[in-house]
Design a protein around this ligand. Structure first.
Ligand code: FAD
Length: 500
């Protein structure tokens, strides 16, 4: 299946005018006047030359623009959506790491969007085993009203001094003969627009068109990106009359077919984000029908009302090996900055946007936008979360090769704390007592236990290699060759089809 076809099929489920009314109601709820909420930061529509151009008013783009504006540079965010629709993003609304956001848009500014801060564990429903696992979620977590959050991030970038050009779709990337990116071509309401800049930040999300259009072949920029590395996901916002019993938990459940999972994340006791996704290596799932079927079978959703429907692709892959090219950096989903086992990408997007912007500022101050100067951005991403996500991707790869019932049987037998640790850290350590207990419970699943044990060794080797990420582009080819060798052994151990 062509990935763009798949994603467009999902995106066609567009918000209705009813959804827009909900938006206007929301803007009142979060204390914004409609005037403030619509077109915040918009201006300078005729201008074609900027210090920096950021494409996409999502988390990554807004943090990047806020950081650049804070440093006194002129930055414009180009956003294809209208001022009313900007910030409305398909998401499960679970914000992991809600306690530590970069300063450019402080956490205090986002907090009005945190509708549920009482969640402290995951609830894994395993119908095959008639089991429910309660697994602690380490760190701070908030379930958010995602649209309000989106507006708050936009407001934060505007407060910092970023300009917004809405209804403007980027269609091409401008490059010099030597390949340096110097701006973008866009279209606004039928009129072509040109943007020149010292540096372009690609925050256009998963499957960014900028990377299809730009010639990035002569740099380290990762172009090894295909549909099988993405997950196709869809969610609805559902209202129920009676409070759900699990309002302090993120509920997960394996889907009936294909490697994927359903989720129920409580924004409040009566407003639930219900969704599901599957890895695009699998036979396509009928996301809307499959969700509807599960909702119908759950007593707590009898008589429920659906308020909003959205879907999109998630890069459930390792982070880009390099997200820099002369004059160009990619951030957030546009650079694979998502935890590939949970699909969580908000926190990664905020940090990636910040790190990329700090390096863009350094480049502008030095008067050169070469890869050498931008490189530190790659290093900071790998150091903070990229290495961990690359190791977690090994388990994602494993999940495409093992029998899902077998894996669920094993999961049901494992101690919850260790599953949590493995989910978030990319590795897990079992004490001897727990090891013996787990092994006794895992009787009948020893083949899978052995498989998991060998896979963990591969993941640990990979993690340690990512910890030696090169400090300049000069060491990149050698590092990448060794990483590819390690990935060969991952495919050999897991029996999975190569993903990269
Ligand atoms: C169904 C689903 C559930 C998810 N659940 C969670 C979750 O619970 N927790 C979590 O942390 N993460 C979750 N994620 C992932 C998370 O939403 C993303 O990782 C995060 O939004 C990435 O932010 P971003 O700024 O990189 O991209 P985005 O938020 O996608 O922003 C990209 C922006 O670029 C704009 N744009 C795109 N192309 C163009 C163009 N050509 N011209 C102009 N503008 C353009 C878009 O309109 C958009 O505003 C989920 C994703 C999906 C799809």
């Amino acid at each position: 299946m062509d990935v763009r076809g798949a994603v467009q099929t999902i995106r066609r489920i567009t918000p209705s005018s009813r959804t827009k009314n909900v938006f206007y109601q929301r803007s009142r709820l979060v204390g914004m006047s409609t005037q403030e909420a619509v077109g915040v930061g918009a201006g300078d529509l005729g201008r074609d030359s900027w210090d920096a151009v950021v494409v996409g008013a999502g988390t990554a783009g807004c943090y990047a623009a806020a950081t650049i504006a804070d440093a006194g540079y002129d930055v414009v965010i180009i956003e294809r959506k209208s001022p009313e629709e900007a910030g409305h993003i398909a998401c499960g609304d679970a914000l992991k790491g809600a306690d530590t956001f970069p300063d450019a848009i402080p956490k205090s500014q986002l907090e009005p969007a945190f509708t549920n801060t009482g969640v402290d564990h995951g609830r894994f429903e395993i119908p095959q085993e008639d089991t429910v696992l309660e697994i602690p979620v380490p760190g701070e977590l908030a379930v958010v009203d995602r649209w309000t959050y989106g507006r708050k991030v936009i407001e934060g970038a505007a407060d910092a001094g970023a300009t917004f050009h809405y209804d403007t779709v980027v269609q091409d990337v401008r490059q010099t003969d030597d390949g340096t990116v110097t701006g973008v071509d866009a279209i606004r309401k039928g009129t072509p627009r040109t943007y020149d800049a010292e540096i372009v930040v690609d925050g256009a999300g998963a499957l960014s068109i900028l990377q299809d259009k730009a010639d990035l072949a002569d740099s380290t920029f990762d172009t090894n990106v295909t549909y099988s590395q993405f997950c196709s996901a869809y969610r609805e916002i559902v209202h129920v009359d009676e409070p759900v019993e699990w309002s302090d938990a993120l509920v997960f459940k394996p889907t009936e077919r294909a490697a994927g999972y359903l989720w129920y994340f409580p924004r409040t006791e009566t407003e639930i984000n219900a969704g599901l996704g599957f890895q695009m290596t699998e036979e396509p799932m009928h996301l809307v029908d499959d969700l509807k079927r599960d909702l119908r079978n759950r007593a707590e959703f009898q008589g429920a009302r659906v308020e909003d429907k959205l879907g999109a692709a998630i890069p459930t892959r390792r982070p880009y090996d390099s997200a820099v090219h002369p004059g160009f950096v990619a951030v957030g989903d546009a650079a694979g900055h998502v935890n590939p086992t949970t699909g969580g990408g908000i926190a990664g997007a905020a940090y990636a946007g910040t790190y990329a912007a700090e390096q863009a500022i350094e480049a502008m101050e030095q008067g050169t936008v070469d890869e050498d100067v931008l490189w530190r951005y790659n290093e900071r991403v790998m150091d903070h979360f990229g290495a961990r996500y690359a190791a977690l991707d090994v388990y994602n790869i494993l999940s495409t090769a093992v029998d899902i019932d077998e894996l669920m049987g094993l999961l049901a037998a494992m101690p919850g704390e260790q599953i949590a640790e493995a989910l978030y850290s990319g590795s897990a350590n079992l004490g001897w007592g727990l090891k013996i207990k787990a092994l006794l419970k895992a009787r009948g699943h020893y083949g899978t236990v052995w498989n998991l044990y060998k896979t963990k060794q591969r993941a640990d080797e990979l993690l340690s290699h990512y910890e030696d990420y090169p400090s300049s582009p000069a060491g990149f080819d050698t590092w990448q060759a060794e990483r590819d060798r390690l990935m060969e052994s991952v495919y050999e151990t897991t029996g999975a089809d190569p993903k990269y």
